[in-house]
Design a binder for this molecule. Structure first.
Ligand code: AMP
Ligand code: MN
Ligand code: MN
Ligand code: MN
Length: 286
């Protein structure tokens, strides 16, 4: 049985596993096609492909771009990108620079809160100053006993408007879609239920996303309730967007998420993979 998981992270962003470990785990969980979608990075794709080759698992070269729509930080998955495309490489370098500067600014906020050592800890987890994510600061808060659940890191410190929130001027939605298209990929609106948007605002986002060249939206994601998955399925049909699915696996620091584990796409949705797997011709029909 094919099992297609189109959203996952490695240690090249805020996941805990190397690409090879991620691929081995996906294979063990029965995943047959995996998109590696690190935040603002395609650095792990070649390693994932090398590890997958001997297992018969198929890797979709991909990423998850951070973008701005109005004042909202939204995530756009790019499926099937050319990881060496110059426009993509340049855009990722700009995002990485902003990420590196923000990490220093977040650490300053923690210094002011008399909570020293956050930068060194986040850097040790990320491995690279320009890959430091809010998740790494959240892991430091957890491991040093300052919080007891990851969610508290965002509710108290790192979420919008909180004490250690430093907004990044991510690329606008329009640019994220254009960059992914230019690199030959399909832009997919990630986890539309997680932006805290009203139904009206979400419809505005979907209309704009579609008009700007968006191809699909995630419908079946691990953390959504069945009612939400059904509702997102209806929206995908109304806005003529293909439907995507994935776990958004991060690793041991988010143990409630597992590779290959998410609800089924509701009936009537057009799977995004139909865009790269044309229907096999029926030889019995002349
Ligand atoms: P960044 O791209 O550095 O702004 O970090 C965003 C990442 O933080 C997301 O990709 C999630 O992995 C993680 N994150 C955001 N909100 C939460 C939350 N409420 N609980 C746990 N992780 C979260
Ligand atoms: Mn993440
Ligand atoms: Mn995301
Ligand atoms: Mn993700």
């Amino acid at each position: 049985m094919p099992l297609i998981d189109l959203h996952s992270h490695s240690h090249y962003s805020d996941g805990s596993l190397s690409p090879a470990e991620l691929v081995a785990r996906a294979h063990a969980r029965g995943v047959t096609t995996l998109a590696l979608t690190d935040h603002d990075s395609v650095a792990g794709v070649a390693e994932a492909q090398a590890a997958a080759a001997s297992l018969g698992l198929s890797i979709v070269p991909a990423l998850e771009l951070s973008a701005l729509w109005r004042k909202h930080n939204v995530h756009i998955v790019g499926l099937g990108v050319d990881t060496e495309h110059t426009g993509l490489t340049q855009a990722l370098a700009a995002q990485a620079g902003a990420r590196g500067r923000r990490a220093l600014a977040i650490a300053e906020c923690f210094e002011k809160l008399k909570m020293p050592g956050s930068y060194e800890a986040a850097l040790a987890l990320a491995g690279n100053p320009e890959s430091i994510s809010r998740t790494h600061f959240a892991q430091w808060l957890m491991s040093s006993g300052k919080i007891t659940a990851m969610q508290q890191a965002f509710d108290r410190y790192l979420g919008q408007g909180k004490k250690a929130d430093v907004p990044i001027p991510w690329m606008p939605l329009e640019q994220a879609i254009a960059v992914i298209r230019a690199a030959g990929g399909l832009p997919v609106l990630a986890h539309p239920g997680r932006y805290g948007l009203s139904k009206t605002k979400l419809r505005e986002l979907l209309a704009e996303f579609k008009a700007l060249g968006g191809a699909a939206m995630e419908v079946a994601t691990a953390t959504e309730k069945p009612d939400t998955v059904r509702y997102l399925g209806q929206l995908s049909q109304q806005f003529e967007l293909h439907a995507s699915q994935g776990s958004d696996y991060h690793g041991s620091h988010m143990p409630w998420i597992e590779l290959g584990r998410f609800p089924a796409l509701p009936a009537g949705c057009l799977p995004v993979w139909s865009l790269w797997q044309p229907a096999t011709p029926n030889k019995d029909v002349p």
